[in-house]
Ligand binder design. Structure first.
Ligand code: MOS
Length: 759
């Protein structure tokens, strides 16, 4: 009767396929008007004045500027981002003026008639310029945050005579989340109390509530947030929805009418957060027989104009930078810098895809220097149960990366294929094929003491008709939250999946189960669902209304009776950090995550040497994620993440001009289509994690980490050319192949130099 591990129909399936599901753009309200945003036109400067041009009935339009904002900040971590620019401009998409009116057509004309007169100031657009700090655009040094991880003695290990030193620099580009549904919010203000209710597309209702409370200086009863059906998030609806919510609320307050703001695709792409661009430098000491003895890593990400979530992205990127390896000496310096681009933010993986791209590419470079197979080099360095990761965390998971590697090699017919491709490639193309892999890990839940500070709460209640309703702020954004919560609750009580419903996340009705981010929903929140649901059952048993064993009907009757007699049946569960987890935030040491998911991904790639196009022909994704609660949803997470990873690796190129994304259309920001995505062969290895519901660990972000390095390593295998930055568009491949060709020619005419330094 339990549905754990079964592919039950997802809760919102019917509503979605029949078109009954209502997204923010479908909703209209009596008296509702539309809101739009007027943005800055330059990257950095001082606002001299704002002019409202002729020919527009300005008296009919609600206009909001910084002057109308009670406390001008979009609260998040550092509260450095204003809701509307006040005096200064820090990036080219910064909101300056808000307009609202019933007619969208008039609003477009009005937007064009607003002129923001800006005296330009020097701006910064690259990580290196930000680090050099000749122009300071944030704080005193452009540094949002710096973290260090130190383990062992890196300098001594690098100086050892018996090691080879391998250096490399790797870079990754920005990436647009490109959820199906663009961002949107509706704000309604209660005329009597002034309380505001905001509904829309979001990942984190309580983040938005916090932003509204801070901006208006009100308590939670005056700032209600309700999630509507949400068409994807991927991190892109983690922080920016707070901005849109406060904008809609400001316009609603001033106009006294419901206000809807929905971004079109171009505005959403250009103005909202994207994945942080990164660059990582590696210096590695490795013995000639392939033991990595020291990793010296310098990791830097571009945070854009305000700090938003950069420190969180940085910490996860930093902790994952040394990967799944047992290395005695590790030093990681991680910095998030300010530039004058729109703030970069959360995107599936939270910095780990960036630092793991560098590491997993670098491991193949080390193998090349040693003349060793990349597979063998990894095998000699995998961390094992009982050994320590970079933060000194002892691996408690029952992990065997060597065994997973063997399985992935055998599934992908690695050896046979490499042999065949070597032979075929030797005939000279024009299409060269190669195999590449990446081996990696991804932490479950908030980093360090994050879950402890969050102290998430989940509720469950019995309904008058004897069903059970799960109360959580965790959002269904297409990934399956509602479905797995219902599975877990039903199993905990011993009733049917259909006897459980999951409440709409509404800050008035549900407790704060934390944000829907960081691969935490199934493991951390799911465990609380299990526990709250069990408490409901226990209450009925204690009240003498239910005796074990019982069936679903007996439960339904007992539940209905209890609600009839007592008015309500309700239980909550709050997160308590397991005692064996300890984290030192100052020194960045200890148990960074309660558990890790582990993976080996293999890519088969063909490179057309005439067009410089790389094509992923086949893909194997093997992972250990603890117990799989819903196999179809879980596989869907992996397939989607791999497709997104392929996009990041090969196609998705954000083109910047003075801090602005200029290819803000789906016609020129290229993402993989079904024609570009190979078969993705998803394999789960399930080793239950004691603290997760039924042993489940995190799964959402993991598949973003492996594809890019596996694909770039396959390109190296195919062509002998090392791609050190993604996306590896044909232009990047052309450059890498051409310059490798000419340096090969140089090497042939020059005596070999000593040492094994590889830049
Ligand atoms: Mo996410 S990148 O944890 O929303």
């Amino acid at each position: 009767m339990s549905t754990i591990g079964q592919p039950v129909l997802r809760k919102e399936a019917h509503a979605k396929v029949t078109g009954r599901a209502r997204y923010v753009d479908d909703v209209t309200m009596p008296g509702m008007i539309h809101g739009i945003t007027v943005r800055s036109s330059c990257a950095r400067g001082r606002i001299r004045g704002i002019t409202f041009g002729p020919g527009i009935p300005w008296d009919e339009i609600t206009v909001v500027t910084a002057r109308d904002v009670p406390h001008n900040v979009v609260a998040l971590i550092n509260d450095d981002q204003p809701a509307l620019a006040d005096g200064v401009i820090n990036h080219p998409e910064e909101p300056v003026v808000l307009l609202a009116h019933p007619s969208r057509a008039l609003l477009e004309k009005a937007r064009a008639a607003v002129t923001i007169d800006v005296e330009p100031l020097p701006a910064v657009f690259t990580i290196e310029d930000a680090l050099a700090a000749r122009t300071v655009v944030w704080g005193t040094d452009n540094l949002f945050k710096e973290y260090w991880i130190r383990k062992g003695d890196v300098d001594a290990a690098l100086a050892r005579a018996d090691v080879v030193l391998v250096e490399g620099e790797y870079a990754t580009g920005a990436q647009e989340q490109l959820y199906i549904e663009p961002n949107g919010m509706i704000a309604v203000v209660d005329a009597a109390s002034g309380a505001v209710t905001v509904s829309g597309s979001m990942q984190c209702p309580y983040y938005i509530q916090k932003a509204l409370m801070k901006l208006f200086g009100v308590g939670p009863e005056h700032a209600r947030v309700v999630q509507m059906e949400t068409g994807g998030g991927f991190g892109g609806k983690e922080e920016y929805p707070s901005m849109i919510a406060v904008h809609a609320a400001l316009l609603a307050k001033k106009s006294g009418r419901p206000v809807k703001i929905v971004y079109d695709r171009a505005e959403d792409m250009a103005a909202t957060t994207k994945r942080h661009p990164s660059r990582t430098r590696h210096r590695t000491a490795v013995t000639r027989d392939g033991r990595i003895v020291a990793l010296d890593i310098d990791f830097a990400i571009d945070g854009g104009a305000y700090s938003t979530l950069s420190q969180v992205v940085l910490s996860r990127g930093c902790i994952h930078a040394a990967g799944p390896y047992d290395v005695e000496n590790v030093r990681i310096r991680a910095r998030a810098v300010a530039t004058n681009a729109p703030p970069h933010g959360a995107f599936r993986g939270f910095g780990a895809p960036q630092s793991l791209f560098a590491l997993e590419r670098h491991v193949d470079e080390i193998a090349r220097v040693l003349g060793m197979a990349p597979v063998e080099l990894r095998r000699r360095n995998f961390v094992r149960q009982g050994q320590t990761l970079a933060t000194g965390q002892v691996v408690r998971d029952d992990v065997d990366m060597g065994e997973m590697l063997d399985r992935a090699l055998s599934l992908s017919e690695w050896n046979a294929k490499r042999e065949r491709f070597t032979e075929e490639n030797a005939r000279g193309g024009p299409v060269l094929r190669g195999m590449g892999l990446a081996t990696f890990l991804h932490g479950t839940g908030f980093t360090g003491s994050g879950e402890k500070h969050l102290a998430s709460v989940v509720g469950a209640e019995g309904t008058a008709d004897g069903r059970v309703r799960v109360l959580a702020a965790s959002t269904e954004i297409g990934q399956g939250t509602s479905t797995i919560f219902a599975q877990i609750a039903a199993d905990a009580i011993g009733i049917g999946y259909d006897d459980v419903e999951v409440a709409t996340p509404d800050t008035r009705d549900v407790p704060n189960s934390g944000p829907t981010v960081a691969s935490r929903t199934c493991t951390i929140v799911g465990k609380l669902v299990e526990s709250a649901a069990s408490s409901i059952k226990a209450q009925l048993v204690t009240a003498g209304m239910l005796r074990e064993p019982y069936d679903a009907r007996a439960f339904r009757e007992a539940c209905a009776k209890y609600v009839r007699e007592h008015g309500r049946l309700r239980a909550t569960a709050e997160y308590v950090q397991p005692k064996n987890i300890s984290w030192d935030e100052e020194r960045f040491r200890g148990d960074a995550y309660g558990a890790y998911s582990w993976a080996v991904y293999v890519a088969q790639v063909a490179v057309d040497m005439r067009t410089y196009e790389a094509r992923v022909e086949d893909f194997w994704a093997l992972q250990e994620v603890g117990k799989v609660i819903h196999p179809v949803l879980a596989a869907g997470q992996i397939e989607g993440g791999v497709a997104q990873g392929i996009g990041w690796a090969l196609f998705e190129n954000v083109v910047w001009r003075d801090g602005r994304m200029i290819n803000d259309r789906m016609t020129d920001y290229i993402v993989p289509t079904s024609a570009d995505v190979p078969p993705i062969r998803v394999v789960f290895d399930e080793r239950p994690y004691a603290q997760g519901p039924h042993g489940a660990k995190g799964i959402g972000e993991l598949p973003m980490d492996g594809p890019a390095p596996a694909i770039a390593n396959a390109i190296l295998d195919a062509t002998g050319v090392s791609v050190r930055r993604v996306p590896a568009t044909p232009e990047v491949l052309f450059e890498a192949i051409e310059s490798a060709g000419s340096s090969e020619a140089r090497e042939r005419t020059r005596a070999p130099e000593g040492g094994a330094h590889v830049a």
